[in-house]
Design a protein around this ligand. Structure first.
Ligand SMILES: C[S@@+](CC[C@H](N)C(=O)[O-])C[C@H]1O[C@@H](n2cnc3c(N)ncnc32)[C@H](O)[C@@H]1O
Length: 276
């Protein structure tokens, strides 16, 4: 009965993963956190080198097996664009998109939907190969110039000087959960505020913690749980946005979707009267 056997193996692997996850969380709770420098180095090591089908799936490459035979890859960006448009209407954001920046653009699932509406699309990522893949996907759907910016995990601020002018839209989806720590996420928020033009709008998706200890930020063993590294309580991220200079306008919750769970999308506005 090979199917019964493979089901048993699948379950055993899942239980082992859950046990390992709890083990790391218990260690972190007991104070055995890794320093951010170590987690950043592990993140760099993971994303920098393209690898197997799992890596391509994690990077949201269109040809990854996880998207095979479905329209999921297409729907990621289509739904994000629909959400952005709804949020923009609510915020009264109706300016032209001269420059759109996506932080952690991956294989272009969002870019292929947002770039056709922009005069220029800037993709920031830590993987040069992923930026090439994103450029290829954007080029297949529109003539909008694509500017790739590769950064080192440890120095995200280096991107700012290379962006070459203010952005109207800042987008980051399925990325904040992967950053080394919540404090690092705060640095990204400050960058978002810096690069947005006055009157610009950011849409940032985070994974939220819901009060249970196993949903807090992981703070160790990056490779073994990259999609759970960084979480925030919803109200805390709202306040963090404010501390970074934004006016938080709205939050949209997705408790579960086909990819994972506990997602919150924040619309954060940079006020028009601010001076750069
Ligand atoms: C799950 S993919 C998301 C791709 C795209 N945003 C989407 O929604 O389809 C995550 C991407 O974030 C990139 N990434 C991970 N950590 C990053 C960081 N600290 N700064 C910028 N990009 C990062 C990875 O290389 C990968 O391409």
């Amino acid at each position: 009965m090979p199917s019964l056997l493979s089901e048993a193996v699948r379950r055993a692997k899942r239980s082992a993963r859950q046990a390992e996850n709890l083990f790391h969380r218990a260690l972190a709770t007991a104070g055995a956190r890794q320093p951010e420098s170590r987690i950043s180095a592990d993140a760099q090591d993971y994303w920098r080198h393209s690898a197997d089908a799992t890596w391509r799936g994690n990077s949201h490459w269109r040809d990854a097996p996880v998207f095979g035979g479905t329209d999921l890859w297409h729907r990621i960006g289509a739904e994000h664009l629909e959400l952005f448009d709804a949020g923009a209407r609510m915020c009264g954001f109706d300016r032209p998109w001269h420059r759109v920046l996506e932080w952690g653009c991956g294989g272009g699932a969002n870019a292929v939907h947002f770039a056709p509406r922009a005069e220029e699309f800037v993709g920031v990522d830590i993987s040069a190969e992923t930026l090439q893949e994103c450029a290829k996907q954007v080029g297949a759907v529109c003539d909008t110039p694509f500017r790739p910016i590769a950064i080192d995990v440890a120095d995200p601020e280096a991107a700012v000087a290379r962006i070459d002018g203010p952005c109207d839209v800042f987008l980051s989806c399925y990325v904040f959960e992967l950053v080394p720590t919540p404090e690092y996420g705060e640095r990204l928020l400050r960058i978002a505020h810096d690069v947005l033009a006055p009157g610009g709008l950011a849409l940032i998706q985070i994974k939220y913690s819901d009060g249970r200890w196993r949903t807090r930020s992981r703070r160790r063993a990056y490779r073994r749980g990259l999609a759970e590294m960084t979480t925030y309580p919803i109200d805390e991220f709202w306040q963090l946005g404010r501390r970074c200079g934004f006016t938080p306008k709205a939050v949209h919750l997705v408790p579960r979707n086909e990819l994972d769970e506990r997602y919150a999308y924040f619309f954060l506005a940079r006020e028009p009267e601010e001076r750069k």
